[in-house]
Design a protein around this ligand. Structure first.
Ligand code: PLP
Length: 223
């Protein structure tokens, strides 16, 4: 096993106060999660519904699970009873389904809107204009069982630090726009989820409040 406890300590030591760590445990076994849990860590992120379900059944129930992957609407019902946050919402359709399933479970589910800013074409997420449109449309305001807590994005997977920085700053500035225009009186809209293993230190400089780090804590994933 990778020295999960040591790695976790190192990553946490690099995060300023106010930046939370979501430890991305996808494809890693429950023992790895328990090693971090024993060090007091409670927030973990997964991207596949079935894998997550198995982990939830076998791990302590005070873990806060974040769903970080692309979520199909037909899978929402499975995670709605327990998920703490759904980070990658990129359509009104998905938002409405989360609302419906949250209502069935008598809960309010926290979500982030995922932005598409990176150059890579395969990535999911809302283009900035599509995000504006979704928020302008206003239907989300009637969804009482979802709480939009902020924005999430992935920067391009490149070596060029300046490119990563400019994408993250674009997201940070867009956050300010959205906050001012749609959520001025909502203290719950406060999260900026960006930064992964290779760029979380840049993300911290670009006003991230939540980094999603897997590999440097748990080691390479075996798919
Ligand atoms: C896998 C994943 C991460 C973590 O990536 P690492 O490079 O292992 O830190 C972060 N965010 C999302 C959306 C992911 O799918």
């Amino acid at each position: 096993m990778y020295d999960v406890k040591q790695n976790l300590r190192e990553v946490k030591s690099r995060l300023p106060e106010g930046v939370r760590l979501v430890a991305i445990s996808k494809y890693h076994p429950a023992e790895y999660i328990m090693a971090a849990y024993e060090k007091g860590h409670r927030i973990f992120g997964e991207s596949h519904e079935q894998e997550l379900r198995q982990k939830v059944e076998n791990l302590p129930n005070d873990i806060e699970w974040h769903f970080i992957g692309h979520l199909q609407t037909n899978k929402v019902k499975y995670i709605a009873p327990y998920i703490s946050m759904i980070e990658a919402v990129d359509s009104l359709k998905l938002l409405k389904e989360i609302n419906k399933q949250a209502a069935r479970n008598n809960r309010v589910i926290k979500v982030l809107l995922e932005l598409h800013i990176a150059e890579e074409e395969t990535k999911y997420g809302l283009m900035l204009d599509a995000c504006r449109q979704l928020l302008d449309d206003g239907e989300w305001r009637a969804l009482e069982n979802v709480q939009i807590c902020g924005l999430m994005m992935m920067a391009s997977y490149v070596e060029d630090v300046e490119q990563i920085r400019s994408e993250m700053m674009l997201a940070a500035n867009f956050f300010d726009e959205v906050k001012q225009k749609y959520f001025p009186d909502d203290p719950m809209f406060c999260e900026r989820s960006w930064g992964m293993s290779h760029d979380y230190q840049i993300a911290v400089e670009c006003r991230s409040t939540m980094v999603r780090v897997g590999t440097v804590i748990f080691g390479p994933r075996i798919y």
